[in-house]
Design a protein around this ligand. Structure first.
Ligand code: MN
Length: 357
């Protein structure tokens, strides 16, 4: 266990007696950041009696994540509904300041940063920093806190943390360490199995399947690389979901999935090359026009189009070009995943229009 009693005493002393404590998730929160926030809130309440508020930017889009929040009774407030300046303690979980995936108003600095992405300089000014690359999820870190503090575990908190670890590590298979497995084993007896199953297998809107159809028709193969452009018919996290699917294709070593959402281009990168740093690649792709980062085998980025359009002619073309260059496919002629010329866009648009009638 890599957290000591005195670390946690320091953490808890920071919130003791405070009336306004804010826990911030990353934008378009995923199960790991939601669970870590929920777990940290539980720790604060259980040990110090302090109530805190969980806030997030973007939307809780994925059907799984909506189910998670609803079925486990996780209260979360959109960032737009609060005034961060009013909070004396701000904790970030599963993200770090100035990384592009958490929007903090200018002048608002977190005093607590708990994350498992590579450490950023911007985090060092926080009073309490627990950023570790040797765990597969932020939920693992929070589970360690609960164990170290020896507090009784709530079953909803256990279910959330278990799912947080499970989804960030792709069922304990991706960038998983002993710490993640130990945390999962610890949580397992407490989890609410039926609720977890409902969370993991949600009902999906029809648009999801229309999106799937268009993605597959539209996918391009460059040797061992697959590129997919999404229509973004559902929620922003669909990019990561599709990337996770496509990287499973036989013979594929890289996947790049992207789409326009809310004035930005969002993209996800996946690779099977475990010793390559996908996060560094994402950083390179976004250089000068946006933000990007992540882990060894999975990463993502965001290009704000208002900004990028002032800098370059065609940001979408540029990021694709940069990606293909980095994976040695600059001059490779692509082929479609599915043979034949499909008017996929028209078809999916028509399908959608008739849906909304
Ligand atoms: Mn995470």
């Amino acid at each position: 266990m890599s957290v000591t009693k005195s670390d946690l005493e320091k953490l808890l002393s920071m919130v003791k007696g405070k009336r306004k404590v804010l826990i911030v998730c990353h934008e378009n929160p995923d199960p790991d950041t939601i669970a870590a926030a929920f777990g940290l809130k539980y720790i604060f309440r259980k040990v110090t009696g302090i109530q805190s508020i969980i806030a997030y930017g973007g939307i809780i889009g994925r059907a799984e994540n909506q189910n998670m929040v609803r079925l486990l009774g996780i209260e979360m407030v959109p960032f737009s509904k609060i005034t961060p300046k009013n909070y004396s303690v701000i904790a970030l979980v599963d993200c770090q300041p100035h990384t592009g995936n958490v929007l903090l108003p200018k002048g608002v600095k977190p005093s607590i940063v708990i994350d498992h992405h590579p450490l950023r300089k911007s985090s060092l000014s926080a009073e309490y920093v627990d950023v570790r690359k040797d765990v597969g999820s932020a939920s693992t870190i929070i589970t360690q806190y609960i164990r170290q503090l020896n507090i009784p575990i709530d079953r909803k908190v256990a279910t959330a943390l278990f799912y947080g670890i499970k989804s960030d590590t792709r069922d304990l298979g991706r960038q998983t360490t002993d710490a993640d497995i130990r945390a999962s084993v610890f949580l397992f007896p407490y989890i609410m199995q039926k609720k977890l199953s409902k969370i993991e297998h949600p009902k999906l809107p029809r648009e999801y399947f229309v999106e799937l159809f268009s993605v597959l028709k539209n996918a391009r193969i460059y040797k061992d690389v697959v590129v997919a452009r999404l229509e973004m018919l559902t929620w922003p996290e669909i990019i990561g979901e599709i990337a996770d699917e496509l990287i499973q294709m036989e013979g594929i070593k890289w996947c790049f999935a992207y789409g326009k959402y809310n004035g930005s281009i969002l993209y996800s990168i996946r690779t099977v090359k475990s010793r390559y740093m996908a996060g560094v690649l994402a950083h390179k792709i976004s250089l000068g026009i946006g933000t990007g980062g992540g882990h060894e085998t999975f990463a993502g980025g965001k290009i704000d189009l208002d900004y990028a359009n002032k800098k370059v002619k065609d940001p979408e073309e540029l990021i694709l070009k940069r990606f293909l260059r980095e994976v040695n496919c600059k001059d490779v002629e692509p082929e479609t995943l599915i043979e034949g010329d499909h008017a996929y866009k028209e078809e999916s648009k028509k399908a959608l229009q008739s849906n909304s009638k």
